[in-house]
Structures are given as structure tokens and as C-alpha cells.
Design a binder for this molecule. Structure first.
Ligand code: ZN
Length: 198
């Protein structure tokens, strides 16, 4: 027997499919949304639709941005010869928050995971190699220190070395298995400064 109306069930189902939301949270959120004013619900729905329609990949670094070229890539004062490779836009934001990194980024949108069936072709790796045709001095690999992040770092290093570009890996200090986005700025900077050649 269904406890709720069909519409509420559908709403709960959609919310429960979001990351980090269990069925209890989904129920709480669904009833919260139902109790909002029509105006608030419209605003929330529109924000989602507009974000989806207007956010795209930066043509250079593949981070998510509103513009063709993101603000970091468009900034002539950044060091475009140093590329930091991160797994996602949230990791880029974590390093940007330190305000101390002067290079540019490359966002992979994932990490290699044989277990999840995510291969090199499923992340923005080909795009990274294409960027190395230009004037690049160093690639800093700042993938997470999870199994997937380490696998990805090794793979990238092997791919880039024959090209003759310097490859470094941020130091640990970043806890094993840790997601970059949750790490404090001091630790992030220490990891960057202590990077080692691969
Ligand atoms: Zn960019």
C-alpha cells in the first residue's frame, strides 16, 4: 500500500536518487518542498533549469563555467605553463580558495576506476594531452589520494613523460582516501609546495 499520494511518492523517489540523500531525508525534503509557497518552488525549479541550460565546460580546462572560457583561463596574469590536474570543479575551487596557486587547471571530471568501469576514455584525459602540444612546463597531478586518484595519477604520469613535460604529484599530507574539497587550505598549500617529481 502506498503511504503517500503518487505525486509525493514521485518527488521522494527523485530526491532519494540524489547523492547523500537517504530515504528518510528524501521524505523530509519532499514535505518541506510541498509546504513552500508556489513562488519559492518556482524559483528553485527555475534555478535548476537555468543552471543546467547555461553551465558548460570551459574550452581550455573543462571546468564548469558560465562563459566559453572560465575566469582562471581568461586571466592573463595566471601562469598558463603550469597545469594542475584535478578530478572535479569542487577540487579546483578548493585550490582557488587558497589564493596562492598561480597556474591554471585541468578538470578530469572523474578518476580511472576499473571497479566502476571508468576507463581513461571516460574522463577528460585526451583533452589534457592535447593541451600539452602548447607551451607547458609542468603538470601538477592533484587527484585525490584514493585508490582511483592514485591509479589516475600513475596513468597520467606514464602518458605524459614521453612528451617531455615535467610531471609532479602533490605531497601527501592530504590524508589517504581524502577528498581534496574537504581539506583545509594550509594542508592543501603544504601538499602543493611539497610536490615531488613522478
Ligand atoms: Zn578554464
Amino acid at each position: 500500500m502506498d503511504l503517500y499520494s503518487g505525486h509525493i511518492n514521485k518527488l521522494i523517489e527523485e530526491l532519494a536518487a540524489l547523492p547523500g540523500i537517504g530515504s528518510k531525508s528524501a521524505q523530509r525534503l519532499a514535505f518541506y518542498l510541498i509546504n513552500l509557497s508556489q513562488e519559492r518552488v518556482n524559483r528553485l525549479a527555475n534555478v535548476m533549469i537555468e543552471a543546467k541550460a547555461n553551465v558548460r565546460y570551459c574550452k581550455e580546462c573543462y571546468t564548469l563555467t558560465d562563459e566559453e572560457i572560465c575566469p582562471v583561463c581568461a586571466n592573463p596574469d595566471r601562469d598558463h605553463r603550469t597545469i594542475m590536474v584535478v578530478e572535479n570543479t569542487r577540487d579546483l575551487a578548493a585550490y582557488e580558495k587558497t589564493g596562492k596557486y598561480e597556474g591554471v587547471y585541468h578538470v578530469l571530471h572523474g578518476a580511472i576506476s576499473p571497479m566502476l568501469g571508468i576507463g581513461p576514455g571516460d574522463i577528460k584525459l585526451k583533452e589534457l594531452i592535447e593541451r600539452l602540444q602548447g607551451d607547458v612546463e609542468e603538470v601538477i597531478i592533484a587527484t585525490n589520494s584514493s585508490l582511483e586518484g592514485e591509479t589516475t595519477a600513475m596513468y597520467i604520469s606514464k602518458l605524459i613523460k614521453p612528451i617531455g613535460v615535467k610531471v609532479t604529484r602533490i605531497a601527501s599530507g592530504v590524508p589517504v582516501g581524502g577528498d581534496l574539497e574537504y581539506i583545509d587550505e594550509v594542508t592543501l598549500l603544504r601538499a602543493l609546495e611539497g610536490r615531488t617529481p613522478m
